[in-house]
Design a protein around this ligand. Structure first.
Ligand SMILES: [Zn+2]
Length: 329
């Protein structure tokens, strides 16, 4: 599961890059010898680098906030976990900045979701030699049914806490390879966090279990809930399959309106990282209410409703259950 264009070289270079944070000039020479000109140029451009604040822990860079939160739970105090994309960012079609690429070159490990979630990822890491791990490896995939992505796996596998237990195992393997001295602590952190994940999974299923048969339909903007719908026994309908430039076409909106009318769906939802305007058109054309904002592709700020992954799953399950049963009114 550990991906690097040259794993051994990447590991070796990481040690030099870490040293480079403390001794910038020397690090540049070492990186030049070991990793090539690109790494050296990146260190120069970044100046003293991420360690300039005195934090010399290895840096784990994730592609989005949800992965960062899960990774922090596994890493504990021994790794410095960061996210490339910020809270609220659209993550599918994100365009990395030169600063992002510099951060990636300085990282000791990069975690991506995989399953074509980060369309920008290959280009993002193509010029750097830092190991990366695909955290979704080994999960039970659900394929997308429609649109340009039909037949490809739905990338939103983290919307099932059961799947995230697999993410956690993959993180433990990657962190233990990066930092073998703390491998037993990563395993212990993971075991504790997996218990919490299982608890949230059980709560999710319990929260949605009372929905009557005719209300067991989840209608959202993006088709990001395939795994949650599977876990909770809901039918899934969406306006568009995956956030992209071509979305919310008249045909897609018409199909959603038809589904809501035919199934008497009481409430519909939209995700926090996209405009709810297309779903408002569904609300106007049907008897359904807007049931609330769901969080999928990004956590909220610390002061917001879903600062952690566990908060996010709880929030979404409760929002869906309340709106579909009418208890949110
Ligand atoms: Zn998404």
């Amino acid at each position: 599961m550990f991906r690097s264009r040259n794993r051994n070289q990447g590991q070796s270079q990481n040690r030099h890059l870490s040293r480079g944070r403390r001794l910038a000039g020397v690090g540049c020479v070492l990186a030049l010898l070991v990793g090539g000109v690109t790494a050296c140029a990146n260190i120069d451009a970044a100046g003293a680098g991420a360690g300039s604040d005195g934090d010399d822990r290895p840096v784990v860079l994730t592609t989005f906030t949800v992965l960062a939160d899960v990774a922090e739970n596994v890493a504990g105090e021994h790794l410095r976990v960061e996210s490339i994309t910020k809270v609220g960012a659209e993550i599918h079609g994100y365009e990395p900045t030169p600063g992002d690429i510099r951060r990636a070159a300085e990282a000791d490990l990069i975690l991506d979701n995989g399953m074509n979630l980060e369309a920008w990822f290959e280009q993002f890491v193509s010029g750097i030699d830092v190991p990366h791990a695909v955290v979704s490896e080994g999960i039970d995939e659900i394929d997308i049914r429609e649109d340009a992505y039909a037949g490809m796996p739905n990338p939103h596998a983290w919307m099932s806490p059961t799947n995230v237990q697999v993410y956690v195992d993959n993180m433990v393997a990657a962190f233990s390879e990066l930092d073998p001295a703390h491998a037993s602590e990563y395993a212990a952190n993971a075991a504790a966090y997996k218990e919490e994940l299982q608890g949230v999974q059980d709560d999710l299923v319990a929260a949605l279990a009372p929905l009557p048969e005719e209300q067991r339909a989840l209608v959202t903007c993006e088709g990001a809930f395939s795994y949650l719908a599977r876990d909770a026994g809901l039918a899934e309908q969406y306006i568009w399959a995956v956030n992209a430039e071509q979305q919310a076409t008249p045909r897609q909106i018409a199909a959603t309106i038809e589904f809501v009318r035919e199934n008497d769906v009481p409430a519909v939802f939209c995700e926090s990282t996209v405009s709810a305007a297309p779903m408002q058109r569904v609300v106007e054309a049907t008897a359904a209410e807007f049931g609330g904002v769901l969080y999928v592709d990004s956590l909220s700020e610390a002061s917001g409703p879903v600062p952690t992954y566990l908060d996010m799953i709880r929030h979404d399950a409760n929002t869906i259950a309340a709106a579909l049963t009418g208890t949110s009114k």
